[in-house]
Design a protein around this ligand. Structure first.
Ligand code: NAD
Length: 284
């Protein structure tokens, strides 16, 4: 049997439509348009594309995005003072600081200056702490998007074994917290994990967020598993691929996300959702 595709593009389009409708209702009722400040330091080509896509999505749903492109010579202090100004700006409900930052800037330190109420990426220790305590407010976008994908196919969580491969602060760790909150038994694998295959073989739900093509072998997939591939890798021919050996894995799994067209579009949709949530909490 061949796995069914989990269509992130379609779910993201549906989510954007719902967000746009909510924003229209809000503005008709006299509330201000949600505002997202987008900060890009330097001119990394991939970051420029991500920022353009996010701003385009904002326009589509009725979020006002205010762009702050800064040169790669920007100091940590300048960046922190811009963030402090935006924290006080009542027209701004969300602050997006596009990563990675130039090596001269300590991103953890800078991110902590974003007020948690405007931390629409969900990276602030306060928001991660809320998630860890099962009381999430603004949830890290990519794991939140994965949960929306899993919910869209009516995934059951309680009593099932979820294996997360990758343990970064922005994807793997919050992903494991989301799945734990949903009731899964969770295993987290990372670069020091021994015998990755033995863990993956036990996964009813597998989420891979490593960034290495074909690190997850198709033959490891448990029959009827649900596979979410967060990885984005560019092959020498320019095409994109995930972490999972898709063509073999899809013969064993029940559900699988494609790359591209799976998690990526949902990461942008959840950023919009978080900006709306931040604006709703502010209610002005
Ligand atoms: P990262 O480099 O910060 O983290 C990678 C993780 O993989 C680390 O925890 C590391 O320990 C683990 N790892 C490395 N080698 C391993 C191995 N051999 N076995 C098991 N684990 C191993 O990366 P990240 O920011 O978490 O992103 C991971 C991937 O997800 C990348 O491909 C990135 O492009 C992609 N990504 C996609 C989206 C999206 O919207 N689709 C969003 C964020 C990241």
């Amino acid at each position: 049997m061949v796995a069914q595709l989990i269509d992130g593009k379609a779910l993201a389009a549906q989510t954007r439509k719902e967000i746009a409708a909510t924003i229209l209702t809000r503005t008709t009722q006299g509330f201000s348009q949600p505002g997202l400040a987008v900060i890009l330091v330097g001119n990394d080509p991939a970051s420029e594309i991500y920022v353009r896509n996010k701003r385009h999505a904002c326009t589509e749903v009725g979020i006002k995005s205010i762009y702050h492109p800064l040169p790669d010579t920007t100091t940590e202090q300048t960046l922190i003072s811009l963030i402090k100004t935006l924290n006080q700006d009542t027209q701004i409900h969300g602050i997006l600081l596009q990563l990675p930052l130039p090596a001269s800037i300590n991103s953890d330190k800078v991110l902590e200056h974003i007020t948690p109420e405007k931390d629409v990426d969900g990276f602030h220790p306060y928001n991660l702490g809320r998630l860890a305590q099962r009381r999430p407010l603004l949830r890290p976008c990519t794991p939140y998007g994965v949960m929306m994908l899993l919910n869209s196919i009516n995934t059951t969580y309680k009593g099932r074994h979820a294996v997360v491969v990758g343990a970064s602060n922005i994807v793997g760790r919050p992903m494991a917290l989301e799945l734990l909150m949903a009731g899964c038994t969770v295993t987290i694998c990372h670069r020091y994990t021994q015998d990755l295959a033995s863990h993956v073989k036990q996964a009813d739900i597998l989420v891979s967020a490593v960034g290495k093509p074909s690190i997850i072998k198709g033959e490891w997939i448990k029959p009827q598993a649900t596979i979410v591939d967060v990885g984005i890798n560019r092959l020498p021919d320019g095409s994109l691929t995930g972490d999972v050996e898709f063509h073999i894995a899809k013969e064993k799994a029940a559900w699988i996300t494609p790359v591209p067209g799976g998690v990526g579009p949902m990461t942008v949709a959840t950023l919009l959702q978080n900006t709306l949530t931040a604006a709703e909490q502010f209610q002005q």
